[in-house]
Design a protein around this ligand. Structure first.
Ligand code: SAM
Length: 218
């Protein structure tokens, strides 16, 4: 846990909640054990979308479309979202949720491995939301940077891994060691890149927010 439980509960209690449809979708996702963005990230995204008003978003990790639909709901009216998912069981559920929400025309769901799809994508996005395989963020970074222009923002979720990221190598389960090592490398790259300005926040499971400056930042 990154933020103490009582404080987290208090902060979340201040959020006014989402639309009834999103509340329902969140309940369904949680009941089905589908991992979706936490309350803290929901609240952050709502504020951030209002502040930055992106018109084109790329999301990596759709699951059943909860965060996609939250961004549609709280982003600008004509927002377009391209979202990537590779888990066959979740793809039809996401599609059905986009239909239920009446948002199909705003969303393009790309089915397959994000690593492969990111390589093929062209153009740029105003915002990229990374919420998929945490150990892969570092591998996907070159393509992610190519898909951003000056002023584009990158929001990376779950970057502090419940705080375990800074635990001793020996206290971390073997299968997580590589993921945490790669995530630390990813955060180092984000914070030391000459073309990014990044803040790492103890928000939810940890979030990194980066803006592409397009110039040498020292
Ligand atoms: N953003 C979603 C939300 O908040 O509603 C939750 C996304 S969930 C945390 C991560 C998703 O990324 C999973 O559904 C998983 O199948 C997908 N994923 C993981 N690795 C992937 C990959 N290499 N390519 C595409 N999708 C991937």
């Amino acid at each position: 846990m990154i933020v103490e439980e009582r404080m987290r509960t208090y902060i979340n209690s201040l959020d006014m909640g989402n639309t009834p449809f999103l509340e329902e979708l969140e309940k369904e996702a949680l009941a089905g054990r589908v991992p979706i963005i936490r309350k803290e990230m929901q609240s952050f995204l709502k504020m951030f979308l209002a502040a930055t008003r992106p018109m084109k978003i790329l999301e990596v990790g759709t699951a059943v479309g909860f965060s996609t639909l939250l961004m549609c709901e709280y982003g600008p009216e004509n927002l377009k979202i391209t979202t990537i998912e590779n888990y066959e069981k979740r793809i039809p559920v996401a599609k059905e949720n986009f239909r239920r929400a009446g948002r199909e025309s705003q969303i393009t769901l790309l089915e397959g491995d994000a690593g492969e799809i990111l390589k093929e994508l062209t153009g740029t996005f105003d915002m990229i939301f990374m919420d998929a395989a945490k150990g892969q963020y570092i591998n996907w970074l070159p393509d992610v940077l190519r898909l951003m222009e000056e002023g584009s923002v990158l929001v990376s979720d779950n970057v502090l891994q419940e705080g375990d990221l800074i635990e001793s190598h020996y206290l971390v389960e073997r299968r997580n060691r590589t993921i945490y090592k790669r995530m630390r490398e990813y955060l180092w790259q984000l914070t030391h890149s000459p073309i990014l300005r990044t803040s790492v926040l103890p928000l939810g499971d940890g979030a990194a927010v980066s803006i592409k400056t397009g110039e040498q930042v020292l």
